[in-house]
Design a protein around this ligand. Structure first.
Ligand SMILES: [Zn+2]
Length: 603
């Protein structure tokens, strides 16, 4: 994200009346229910295993999307002429090199377990500090009004061995760890998979974690290893434990030594993006982004609302939005009636917290200052009684007019917003007007039952065709949509088009991420972009820029003015306040190549 995509001037902006014929009448290129169904059938098939970010299923979905764009003649809009924008996500973990688990039986026999095969560390465990103690079996480790699995057992200073909670069990592993701590245990060993027929080992993810506050050392072992060290039959023992009976005197004299080391797992996810150049010589340098996320929650690792560890196909969430964006791309590739350049984007990492869309707004491949608006579709496959939710209306003074003229038989629920639960939020946070289409939550949401046959494809087609009308309506506006936040309306200025030589505009890139919530003099940084001149110069979050060259900086507008005329590659001395002290730093702004919509070259 560069600094000049937000806040040009703060004049209140009276929006002009809309042109009279806002509804595109000559539209025979439409989105059909059957076309949408064929996309959803692929994206929400078991083969893609729920499209979890960074998995093979997500890759396959991304490839499908990119091929669709290519086949319909859309140009790549990712970095380096690619349809893909890769980004890292830290998600879950795996056993690190210091992991250790050794049992000593009552007959002094040693059993050494192998990490990743016989055992895993458990998220939330104390790390790198080993414990060695006697093992006490506590069944499911439940304590409630009418049940106490610890009754008659002394676990003080000992390691409890117990069965893990199934997903959805209210008495989850967190609760189990808190009870173990209360009873005086120093460690935990979870035995076997979380459910029959699921993974043989509890996986190292946050959703399988124990409470960090418990301060316990915890590992998970396989059913095999459990049988080896306990002398019990796993299935039988688990059944008995479920009924609340804990066999006394289990594995007497069994000791364990545990050391935990968890390495964060880094995965690479991909946003997929393509563009369709506009047909207006002046406005084609502006963009309308049409987006949706295409990732989902895989095997229910995160965010699943049901108990089952099953494939979560995410047909409505969000194969529906993805398919509609693909069809919108096809429609406009055929009609080519867009004045502005349309950028179609499918994000990954949404389910992990809008990671892909925020990555894009912080590492944009187009000038965000020239983005007219962002239109987001997330869960549009469950149209019921023609009820449609529109969110983000509070982000521009333009939306009310457009929306009131385009109801098209829908019962529209208008939200000011933006809500923080889908990708449009990242764009609103970047100062871009957003509009979000959604057909509402339902009982299949984030459950394994969100499957392709349940969707209302006629309804989806209706929504898709309505969105096409919105795109045309907003494209009819002459001025860049003003951005509204609270009561503050910001009229945005389109970037200047051509240099005198007719080359593509070159702008400086510094990579500042300002903290817009701060009103003290200077510009406070919320962060800096990776590999940017700002990062290279050593700027970081918390720094306040107070002078740039010879100019005092009072606000972000001061910086913007400088950047409009700054020369790329020319070092400049910058004064910042860090920890209350003023220091000087030298920054060399870089030139930024914006994507040139006249050629196939993308930058
Ligand atoms: Zn979701």
């Amino acid at each position: 994200m560069n600094v000049f995509f937000l806040l040009t001037s703060l004049h209140l902006f009276a929006f002009s009346n809309l042109p009279p014929h806002i509804i595109h009448s000559d539209n025979d290129v439409l989105i059909s229910a059957s076309a949408l169904r064929s996309h959803v059938d692929f994206l929400a098939s078991d083969k893609l295993e729920g499209r979890m970010s960074g998995t093979e299923g997500e890759r396959a979905a991304g490839d499908y999307i990119a091929k669709w764009f290519k086949d319909h003649g859309l140009k790549p809009a990712g970095p380096n002429g690619s349809y893909f924008q890769e980004f890292p996500i830290t998600y879950g973990g795996e056993a690190g090199p210091e992991c250790e688990l050794t049992f000593t039986t009552s007959t002094a026999k040693k059993v050494t377990a192998e990490p990743n095969k016989d055992f895993n560390p458990v998220y939330g465990s104390v790390e790198k500090t080993p414990v060695e103690a006697e093992v006490v079996f506590v069944g499911e480790g439940r304590v409630s009004e009418n049940r106490d699995d610890y009754e008659g057992l002394d676990v003080k200073g000992k390691i409890v061995m117990l069965f893990p909670a199934a997903p959805g069990d209210r008495f989850n592993n967190n609760s189990r760890s808190r009870i173990a701590k209360e009873k005086g245990a120093v460690g935990m060993i979870f035995a076997g998979p979380i459910e029959e027929d699921s993974y043989p080992l509890m996986r190292v993810t946050r959703t399988r974690s124990i409470s960090r506050d418990a301060g316990l050392v915890a590992v998970a072992i396989t059913a095999n290893l459990f049988e080896k060290v306990s002398g019990l039959k796993y299935k039988e023992a688990r059944k008995t434990a479920a009924s609340g009976y804990v066999p006394r005197g289990f594995a007497k004299g069994l000791k364990a030594k545990i050391k935990v080391d968890i390495q964060q797992r880094k995965i690479t996810a991909r946003n997929v993006m393509a563009m369709l150049p506009g047909n207006d010589p002046k406005l084609k340098n502006q963009y309308i982004i049409i987006g949706a996320h295409y990732d989902h929650v895989g095997w229910g690792d995160i965010g699943a609302l049901d108990a089952a560890e099953k494939i979560h196909n995410g047909a409505d969430d969000n194969a529906s939005g993805t398919s509609t964006v693909l069809e919108l791309a096809r429609v406009f590739a055929q009609t080519k009636d867009n004045r502005r350049t349309l950028v179609f984007q499918l994000y990954s990492g949404e389910e992990l917290g809008l990671v892909g869309s925020f990555y894009f707004t912080k590492n944009p491949t187009i000038d965000l200052n020239a983005v007219h608006c962002m239109i987001n579709l997330d869960m549009v496959g469950n149209l019921t009684d023609d009820k449609l939710e529109l969110d983000g209306l509070a982000t521009s003074t333009a939306w009310e007019d457009i929306v009131s003229q385009l109801t098209n038989g829908f019962k529209i629920a208008k939200n000011g917003g933006p809500r923080g639960d889908s990708d449009h939020y990242a764009f609103a946070a970047a100062g871009i007007p957003v509009l979000f289409f959604h057909t509402g939550l339902h009982e299949r949401y984030h459950r394994a039952t969100d499957d392709a046959p349940a969707l209302n494809y006629e309804g989806m087609a209706k929504v898709g065709n309505l969105v096409a009308k919105y795109i045309r309506a907003v494209d009819k506006q002459e001025e860049l949509l003003p951005f509204k936040k609270g009561e503050q309306v910001t009229k945005r200025k389109p970037p200047s088009k051509e240099s005198p030589t007719g080359e593509t505009t070159r702008r400086v890139r510094v990579g500042l991420i300002p903290d817009y919530t701060n009103n003290e003099p200077g510009v406070l940084l919320a962060g800096v972009s990776a590999n940017s001149p700002a990062e290279k110069a050593g700027l970081k979050a918390g720094d306040r820029i107070v002078q740039w060259g010879t100019k005092k900086i009072n606000s972000i507008e001061d910086l913007q003015e400088i950047f409009e005329t700054a020369e790329p590659g020319k070092p400049v001395k910058v004064k910042i306040v860090r920890n209350g002290k003023e220091i000087e730093i030298t920054i060399t702004p870089e030139a930024i190549d914006l994507i040139n919509t006249d050629s196939t070259k993308a930058a």
